[in-house]
Design a protein. Structure first.
Ligand code: NAP
Ligand code: HSE
Length: 435
């Protein structure tokens, strides 16, 4: 069946806007297979037509005239990825009033003027979606609005700014504050005005949006107490390390006796706490609620393609919830064969008890080698009348490990194989230890 053509426009064609257009071009087939629709950027608003772009738009797409978007009745939806309060605010109002659904990545606008924008959308009967405004690629708004609608989330704890998390983790590695901020700007994590990131204002806007959605009561930027990372220096980072802690910019929102508190500040986080391992431009949001206890969402929190993925997710959600949508199927578009048993690869840990006699280790190694299982680490411990071999292999197939263990079981000196587990670790296999 021919795909449904969906002409869309972008307000802004910078880090995020160009990435949206790139995605829509390069992943058009995936979107079409999943939704039956082909999204096509037909206009994108910019200030400077001559500027070099990461993903150049086709001729005639870029415009400096908002009317070319506002007055085009054929547009199915518009994504606002230009940022700022003005003129963005009036542009979005005009689009909503004329019946065009809008997707926005603009947390400052929502956290400061959201009430009017959402009231306008409601009155016009069109959607205003904002997944990309909080934590880029992490679908936290969808989870709060749809999946957790009855769970009474009463506390949110999170790292919601990628730039400052990048700065803090780079400082742990020895970079200076200035070097790390320059890199965050270079990678496209920082806001157009990076003081919003480092002052905590960006995180505060995001926490206001999260609290609004979670608590069902409007929280604005002015309701959030915030402090940033401008005063964090290497001495703070070193002091935290000495206490086996790290410094992270933490957003907190809590309901206490029917009242809310939302704040952002640097905090010392124990290394054992899940938020301590959130590094670089990654974000994480821990949601606590009555039924769910705790759910943590973690992923890339800034960057062009990371944010574009959320913008496109919102576009697809609008298509999926307009008219009959496309959710009457389960997105199966192909038939994949199952991987034959034993072909999946992994490193393995094996615990093998043997008689402690000359040549036993060599015979065990031969069994492993005959199945192309390569040993990464080996430790032998003595037990009553014998020895236990702890072996960690390099990556091998499940089938090869089973074959090797079968042979080892058949050795006259073999007593027991008490463990054969896949190893799941980010660490290099040679760093794994168990003694
Ligand atoms: P950006 O690279 O500076 O891009 C902004 C775009 O908007 C540019 O194409 C610019 O045009 C255009 N623009 C700005 N003001 C305009 C005006 N008055 N009239 C016409 N065009 C205008 O910014 P970005 O990083 O893509 O961020 C865009 C939005 O996404 C912001 O709201 C930001 O908070 C949000 N966001 C960004 C990220 C991220 O990681 N970058 C993540 C989540 C959300 P020119 O190119 O001609 O200057
Ligand atoms: N400047 C923001 C950040 C972009 O660093 O988190 C994502 O909203």
């Amino acid at each position: 069946m021919a795909p449904v053509d969906v002409p869309v426009a972008l307000l802004g064609y910078g880090t995020v806007g160009a990435a949206v257009n790139r995605f829509l071009h390069e992943n058009a087939g995936d979107i079409e297979r999943a939704t039956g629709h082909r999204l096509r950027v037909v206009k994108a608003l910019v200030r400077d037509l001559k500027k070099e772009r990461d993903f150049p738009a086709a001729p005639g797409i870029l415009t400096t005239d908002f009317a070319e978007i506002a007055d085009n009745p054929k547009l199915s939806l518009v994504a606002e990825v230009m940022g700022g309060l003005d003129p963005t605010h009036k542009y979005i109002l005009r689009l909503l009033e004329s019946g065009k659904p809008v997707v926005t990545a603009n947390k400052q606008l929502l956290a400061q003027r959201g009430a009017e924008l959402f009231a306008t959308a409601q009155e016009a009967g069109v959607q205003l979606r904002f997944e990309a405004s909080v934590c880029a690629a992490i679908p936290v708004i969808k989870v709060l609005r749809e999946s957790l609608v009855v769970t009474n989330v009463h506390r949110i704890l999170g790292i919601v700014n990628g730039t400052t998390n990048y700065i803090l983790t780079q400082m742990e590695l020895g970079a200076s504050y200035e070097e790390a901020l320059a890199e965050a700007k270079h990678y496209g994590y920082a806001e157009i005005d990076p003081t919003e990131d480092v002052s905590g204002a960006d995180a505060a806007a995001k926490m206001a949006i999260l609290a609004t959605v979670a608590f069902g009561s409007r929280v604005t930027l002015a309701d959030v107490q915030f402090e940033g990372v401008e005063h964090i220096n290497s001495a703070h980072v070193a002091a935290a390390r000495q206490m086996d802690m790290v410094i992270r910019l933490i957003g907190q929102a809590a309901l206490v006796d029917g009242r809310y508190d939302v704040r952002v500040s640097p905090a010392l986080v124990d290394r054992a706490h899940p938020l301590a391992s959130v590094e670089g431009p990654f974000n994480a949001v821990m949601l606590q609620g009555d039924a769910i206890r705790e759910i943590t969402l973690e992923g890339p929190g800034a960057g062009g393609i990371e944010t574009a993925s959320a913008v496109i997710a919102d576009m697809v959600s609008i298509i999926g919830t307009t008219g009959a949508g496309f959710l009457h199927n389960d997105a199966c578009w192909r038939t994949l064969d199952r991987l034959p048993a034993g072909e999946l690869r992994s490193p393995f840990y094996m615990q093998i008890s043997v008689d402690d006699r000359p040549g036993v280790l060599a015979r065990v190694a031969e069994c492993l080698a005959s199945h192309s299982v390569s040993v990464a680490r080996l430790v032998q411990t003595q037990v009553e009348g014998g020895a236990t071999l702890h072996v960690v292999s390099h990556e091998a197939t499940y089938g090869a490990i089973e074959g090797a263990l079968e042979e080892i079981r058949g050795l006259p000196e073999s007593r027991e194989i008490s463990a054969a587990f896949p190893v799941i670790s980010q660490r290099g296999i040679s760093e794994l230890g168990w003694t």
